[in-house]
Write a protein of this length. Structure first.
Length: 306
């Protein structure tokens, strides 16, 4: 681990530094640079991986207080694959009490949980990963950040909601950092899905639900209804689907037409209006299928990387 502690250990000529917080008199020594004296049993009970990493080997019958024995301050146990900040955040979770806040603000909380995710994933510590996911789920993280974390730590349940949020916006809102973090392959999958979704939106905007040629009940001038329906649909629904700044989504059409005045027109009978409102509720749009297929492709790509 890299050193971020200024508490010197005078007994080893500056070779090691003791951690300022995690140094317990009844603990064991971990790591060769910044050294921690912590309770190994708290770590080894969390996973078999930690048990195999941190099991102090028998050292030729050496006494527990022998300074040349592994697991002592002069011969600490090596903990690979992490750094001081990550391990500090992991220990913060491990030793914190229920009433102690996880972080002073959302930025710190996200950092701690991300480090906890990384180490829990690497060391197969299920409680740590479950806890970090539960905290991050309740934070207001950008969808691109959720996709990044979902890929790094195999959180498949986060993919579809994140994909839906991204595809319902302009992909131009993604920064270069967002794209690099998600990965270019994931971004290319999103671009293809966005093209398909935009095509479905344009088709729906210009092609209204079909109105039956047989008049609805009590419709006296059905030819007038048939004539006005395409333009009425585009004016009230199509334009909002294609709005440059605040477009409605396909799944919002049903709620839109439910408003009494949305599909009202002097040349559209009330019976035909009610009939078309019901048809809109029964319509199945391709957007959910596109989003689902996109999410499944991303989950598969993440799985193939393992």
């Amino acid at each position: 681990m890299s050193d971020n502690s200024d508490t010197s250990n005078g007994g080893n000529s500056g070779q090691f530094v003791r951690h300022a917080v995690y140094w317990y008199t009844d603990g064991s020594i971990v790591d060769p640079t910044t050294i921690y004296k912590i309770h190994l049993s708290m770590l080894t009970r969390l996973s078999e991986v930690m048990g195999s990493i941190l099991t102090i080997p028998e050292s030729g019958g050496k006494a527990p207080d022998d300074p040349t024995r592994e697991g002592t301050e002069h011969y600490p146990l090596l903990l690979p694959g992490t750094c001081v900040e990550e391990f500090d955040d992991f220990l913060h979770w491990l030793y914190r009490t229920e009433w102690e806040p996880l972080g002073r603000n959302d930025i710190e909380k996200e950092r701690i949980c991300t480090h906890l995710l990384k180490l829990s994933d690497m060391w197969q510590i299920r409680p740590g990963k479950t806890y970090a996911i539960s905290v991050l789920e309740n934070m207001d993280l950008p969808a691109s950040r959720r996709l990044e974390l979902a890929g790094r730590f195999t959180i498949a349940d986060w993919v579809k909601p994140a994909v839906k949020k991204i595809l319902n916006k302009n992909l131009g809102s993604l920064t270069d950092h967002d794209i690099r973090a998600m990965g270019w392959k994931v971004y290319s999958i999103l671009v293809k899905a966005k093209e398909m979704l935009d095509a479905e939106t344009r088709r729906t905007a210009f092609v209204p639900p079909a109105m039956t040629k047989d008049p609805a009940w009590e419709c006296k001038e059905h030819s007038s209804c048939l004539s006005v329906w395409p333009k009425l649909w585009f004016d009230k629904i199509g334009r909002e689907l294609l709005h440059a700044d605040r477009p409605i989504q396909l799944n919002e059409i049903a709620g839109k037409v439910l408003k009494d005045d949305t599909l009202k027109h002097a040349r559209l009978s009330e019976s035909c209006r009610i009939d078309m409102v019901n048809r809109c509720f029964d319509m199945t749009f391709a957007d959910d299928g596109i989003i689902t297929a996109c999410a499944e492709a991303i989950v598969k790509y993440h799985a193939d990387l393992l």
